[in-house]
Design a protein around this ligand. Structure first.
Ligand code: HEM
Length: 436
């Protein structure tokens, strides 16, 4: 027993030391050497990644990174890499994650074909246009009741009042999770979503394991229930496919992916949209004058201008060339979505937020190629309904405090966005700072 504890302590110390060195190295490269890729992982990258993307853009469409990989800020090259079958989300010959134990296994998001194709096909029917039409009245009712409560309070924080509980209610409803507690799910999202930036500390690692354990227990109970008593929800569809189409150990990661992707991103889309609109009062006014026509356009422009997922990564499956540069097998390409969406070659005046913008290129906020976001129609539906009702019911909405950004660099959005209902337009103004 004593021996096991000592081994665990040694392992934990080695892990903590490795993390400390890794973080110290990033801080040194970023603050001392002004390395843009390191800065993107630090506070300046959280406050204003767009200024750093501009610096990188000057190097060219494809820049080498200090770790011997590549990064691209170009819309054209990002799109090409995301669609090119020579690049994938993991090496084909590397070790496979064990879905039973990997706390970060996000199913087909982290799989190459053929597993990707097989598992994605299983989840796809839940996001068909027919299903979307069915979800609409439920989303409208959910937004309406959240706004009733917010309106009564007059001053409220938009994130916990609307942006967060809405997608949690929608995705837990679609999965068929009974009596989902929004605070509990928000915590799972923060812990698991935060791990996309890497594990920050020993405490983060243990929170991740605890969240994974709690969600495992929740979904195992739900799988048992839906095997006995199927309902009209995604978990019942997954359980019905158990066997040839999906192995038992693959069921939990699919549910985790749908759950976390289902709200960790949409919350930031709603937050980023309201934040950008309150930064541009003339556009908020225009939206309030015609919410039916402009809510969808405002969401589309937010996805371009300030996307919730700022970057993704691809790995070269074979040696080749990209933009005339040699790419070795297993080299990474950082696909900087937030930069691609402000590429002046794709968008005129790219730093201008303009809800009337006519699209000149499809933004990459939902990625591209085979991993194109499965939940895109749902995210857009939720955010558009939320914004439309907000503009219809609260045209005098204005800031009532400082915006705080979430402590994450891959996922971008406010964690606090205090607002007030009424005609007072004196603004406290946006604060670029993060929360820690
Ligand atoms: C504004 C909201 C959202 C944004 C910005 C977003 C963004 C993304 C991005 C960028 C990817 C691909 C990452 C890559 O290529 O490496 C992705 C994949 C995915 N998203 Fe979303 N997402 C959003 C909402 C949702 C929602 C609401 C759901 C589900 C309910 C969802 C489910 C998924 C799934 C399942 C994948 C994996 C697709 C695959 O690998 O084939 N997303 N999302």
């Amino acid at each position: 027993m004593y021996g096991v504890d000592m081994a665990q302590i040694r392992q934990a110390l080695a892990f903590a030391y490795g993390l400390y060195r890794f973080r110290a190295e990033i801080a040194f490269q970023g603050y001392a050497r002004r390395d843009p890729m390191a800065l993107l992982q630090l506070r300046p990258g959280r406050d204003n990644p767009y200024a750093i993307y501009d610096r990188l853009r000057k190097v060219g469409p494809l820049s080498p990174t200090r770790l011997g990989n590549w990064a691209t800020t170009s819309h054209r090259v990002c799109n090409q890499v995301l669609r090119d079958r020579r690049f994938a989300v993991r090496p084909n010959d590397g070790p496979m994650a064990d879905p039973a134990t990997d706390p970060l296994d996000l199913s087909f998001l982290t799989r190459n074909p053929p597993d990707h194709t097989r598992l994605r096909r299983l989840a796809q029917p839940a996001f068909s246009p027919r299903q979307m039409a069915g979800y609409r009245p439920r989303i409208e009712a959910a937004v309406s009741s959240l706004l009733d409560r917010a309106e009564a309070a007059k001053s409220f924080d938009l994130v916990p009042a609307l942006a967060l509980p809405l997608p949690i209610a929608v995705i837990t409803d679609l999965l068929g999770i009974p009596d989902a507690n929004a605070d509990r799910f928000a915590r799972y999202g923060t812990v698991i979503g935060g791990a996309l930036d890497g594990i920050r500390s020993l405490s983060h690692a243990s929170q991740l394991q605890a969240a994974r354990d709690e969600l495992t227990a929740l979904f195992e109970d739900l799988f048992a229930l839906r095997r006995r008593d199927p309902a009209d929800d995604i978990v019942s569809q997954i359980v019905a496919a158990e066997g040839d189409q999906v192995r038992p150990a693959e069921m939990l990661p699919i549910c985790l992916l749908l759950l976390i992707a289902g709200f960790e991103t949409t919350v930031n889309l709603i937050g980023n949209a309201v934040n950008a609109l309150l930064d541009h009062p003339e556009q908020w006014k225009a939206l309030c004058a015609d919410p039916e026509r402009l809510a969808g356009k405002a969401i589309e422009e937010t996805l371009r201008y300030d996307p919730p997922v700022q970057r993704t990564m691809r790995i070269a499956l074979e040696p080749g060339e990209l933009e005339g540069k040699p790419v070795r097998k297993d080299q990474f390409v950082a696909v900087l979505i937030g930069a691609a969406n402000r590429d002046p070659e794709a968008y005129p005046d790219p730093d201008r937020f303009d809800i009337e913008r006519e699209p000149t290129a499809e933004h990459l906020a939902f990625s591209s190629g085979i991993h194109y976001c499965l939940g895109q129609p749902l995210a857009q539906l939720e955010a558009t309904i939320a914004l439309r009702q907000l503009a219809e019911r609260m045209p005098g909405l204005h800031r009532a405090g400082t915006v705080r950004r979430r402590n994450s660099n891959t996922i971008r959005g406010p964690i606090h966005l205090p607002v007030r209902v009424g005609l007072d337009r004196s603004s406290t103004g946006p604060a670029p700072g993060g929360d820690g």
